[in-house]
Design a protein. Structure first.
Length: 129
């Protein structure tokens, strides 16, 4: 594979490799010298690349694809021709309502002595499916 093709997709990893293997003074590798010499920025970019990869990589539990968010869950339901993820969301939200976990005070208002909290749904599959 050509170095120029790879460098377009992941220049950070190539710059790290070139610096570790003393390749930065050779033709074709010189363009990575500036990036490799900015160590702090290079590490930050490498961490961002790993984080991006981690956030977008598919996750499976017991062989079942786990949705990343509500939209992805609805796409999986449509793809498989069922509404199992939607039913599990409704079940979870109904149990929260049943226990009077939250008190709705209206949009944009937070009573004195209270704190606004954010929530999200964690998708998972239990061992009994």
């Amino acid at each position: 594979m050509n170095l120029s093709i790879i460098s377009k997709s992941d220049p950070v990893t190539i710059a790290i490799f070139a610096k570790e293997n003393n390749l930065l003074e050779f033709d074709g590798w010189k363009k990575f010298a500036r990036l490799a010499n900015r160590q702090k920025k290079l590490l930050r970019m490498a961490n961002q690349a790993k984080l991006q990869s981690f956030c977008t990589a598919p996750t499976y539990h017991f062989g079942i694809l786990i949705p990343r968010n509500h939209k992805h869950a609805m796409e999986l339901d449509q793809l498989h021709g069922n509404n199992l993820w939607r039913e599990s969301e409704v079940t979870e939200l109904d149990s929260i309502d049943e226990y009077n976990t939250f008190q709705d005070v209206g949009k944009g208002t937070t009573p004195k002595g209270y704190k606004k909290i954010w929530y999200h749904i964690v998708y998972a599959v239990k061992h009994d499916l």
